[in-house]
Design a protein around this ligand. Structure first.
Ligand SMILES: [Zn+2]
Length: 209
């Protein structure tokens, strides 16, 4: 707890002071360029890995960077749908990034035995969003490492597919106002690989890109 409280004070006294002009500018409004959809994992910190400042990223984080497919229902409290809608229609973001990562606990949990998953009924339910990914991966004969990173990468593509079922995203893509980008972040090295749709593979983002 002390660590948290000390951090709050330090942030205000040091970081905010150092970047006062940015905080003055964003105090009354936000104009983020990107909607970032990533995993809740504590090790994958959106602003840190993109070196962006407050005001730049609008963020959704959940277990295994999932995007539930668009549902035209009367169901209340659609969290992801309302964030996507607000980001695209109100904030008019230019980009939507779906960022998966190495060593993803959520992706690993897809393969947990039933009894293990039954202890976390909400997680179990949530992971159904990657059922198709799991089926595809299990159909291949992969080593443990291959299975892990192929699941993580295939899941990014599946969630992008779900994202494009949202009418506002579909429209943004059609009229060229929106870029939808898939990223795979490696915790140990800080490397980020971006999906190249033409080549159908993830490519390392480097200073030449
Ligand atoms: Zn994760």
């Amino acid at each position: 707890m002390k660590r948290l409280l000390d951090g709050v004070v330090k942030f205000k006294d040091e970081f905010l002071e150092e970047h006062k002009e940015i905080f003055d500018e964003i105090a009354e409004h936000q104009d983020p360029h990107t909607l970032y959809i990533g995993c809740s994992d504590s090790r994958v910190v959106p602003n840190l890995i993109t070196k962006t400042m407050p005001g730049e990223l609008f963020v959704i984080r959940n277990i295994a960077n999932m995007v539930p497919p668009y549902r035209a229902t009367n169901e209340e409290f659609k969290c992801t749908a309302s964030i996507i809608e607000y980001a695209v229609k109100k904030l008019e973001v230019d980009n939507i990034v779906v960022c998966g990562h190495s060593n993803c606990g959520g992706c690993k949990a897809l393969y947990y035995p039933e009894e293990e998953l039954n202890k976390m009924p909400n997680v179990k339910e949530w992971l159904k969003l990657a059922d198709e990914v799991k089926t595809k991966i299990l159909a291949k004969n992969l080593s443990i490492e291959e299975k892990e990173f192929q699941t993580e990468q295939l899941n990014i593509l599946k969630q992008i597919e779900n994202l494009t079922t949202y009418p506002c995203v579909e429209e943004g893509l059609k009229n060229g106002k929106l870029n939808v980008i898939g990223w795979y972040y490696v915790i140990k090295t800080g490397d980020v690989f971006q999906y190249n749709e033409e080549k159908r593979e993830f490519e390392l983002i480097n200073s030449e890109a």
